[in-house]
Design a protein around this ligand. Sequence first.
Ligand SMILES: C[S@@+](CC[C@H](N)C(=O)[O-])C[C@H]1O[C@@H](n2cnc3c(N)ncnc32)[C@H](O)[C@@H]1O
Length: 168
Amino acid sequence: MYILFLILFILIASTAYAANSGAPWVPTKKKDIERFLNFVDLKPGEKFYELGCGDARLAIAAAKKFGVKAVGVELSIPQVVVAFIRNRLAKTEVKIKWANLFKVDLSDADFVYMFLMPETYAKIKPKLERELKPGTRVASYVWPVVGWEAEKVLHEEGRLDIFLYRIK
Ligand SMILES: C[S@@+](CC[C@H](N)C(=O)[O-])C[C@H]1O[C@@H](n2cnc3c(N)ncnc32)[C@H](O)[C@@H]1O
């Protein structure tokens, strides 16, 4: 019985910690995944990171449509398990990484997607500027990365914005 409580506690604690550190789990809307995939120019073999991937639906969709080498980074254990199952069912080879997005090496990224809180964008910005190679694209959903100039913004009436940046 104690073991069950301990497991439950660990699952809840990992989710609460992630919600507090980067953002709570709210998925990118299905329609917006399609909009995102039509908006970006991903190429087969590119390294695609989704920071805080939740159930990895976007990373899986990107891997399926473009053949990118996708990595989903997630700290909440229940989300990691769901992402792992979705990846298996979709027969994609997205690497699901149970890790803190602030601690993952991003130096080999070609593209980074984030749907986090605005204050988390501000917190992760120096890491992205330090680690990402010139030319890497970064997309943020809903909120802009304050201080960066977007190369393109997908703005449609009644829809959530998607911002696309390129590291200089
Ligand atoms: C708003 S949700 C977005 C989920 C997914 N990217 C999507 O668009 O459907 C943010 C996700 O980031 C995860 N997260 C928050 N802080 C994190 C951290 N420090 N490291 C890894 N994942 C984190 C949360 O657990 C949550 O699943």
